[in-house]
Design a protein around this ligand. Sequence first.
Ligand SMILES: [Zn+2]
Length: 204
Amino acid sequence: MASARLGAVIANHTGRLILTTEDPNASPDGDALIAAMAHADLIGERLEGRSDRLGTAPSGAAYCIGASFLRLVSFTGCAVKIATAPDPRSPFCHLRFPPLAPHPRLYAGRNTRPPRCRDCRGRLEDWRERTARWASQPDQGVTCPSCGATRPPWQWDWKEQGGFGRRAILIEEVFPGEAMPTDALLDLLQAASGTGWRHFYVRD
Ligand SMILES: [Zn+2]
């Protein structure tokens, strides 16, 4: 973590909690989700400009946390300090809402480990070399090097270290495992989208 006193130095990315649909092909309406999140006070004002702190996160709308954020997102550990004031150089908590992806896109980072085959638990060690192709076209068939089973990349077991979705909500910046969606938040998203949601963590 860089010192804020250095001014020009940008702190490392702490991490993000990502919420996406359980079915990575689902494409729920974005306006309905934003309206529901605003109505529940999960999100507050829309952020302009300064939201692209690191320039590596997916583009899209960004929002300050709302008054009920801490009732809808559960933080573990003691003495959690949450900076909420927008700051272009250091971490602050906010939500991002990337545009709907044309097909399930991979959210992964430096915390992501090779996903495991759901049949034999074998690892897909070369997943990073495949991501450029996955980004441009859906891949229905990734064959397990251990047992030969073939399934789309989103049906491998990424644990909570990565995942796929067309529609995602990014909660910046929280350390992986530090925060979890409450049942109330998952219920809210399901009611607004008609589909179930899950979560995982990514660090740039
Ligand atoms: Zn296998």
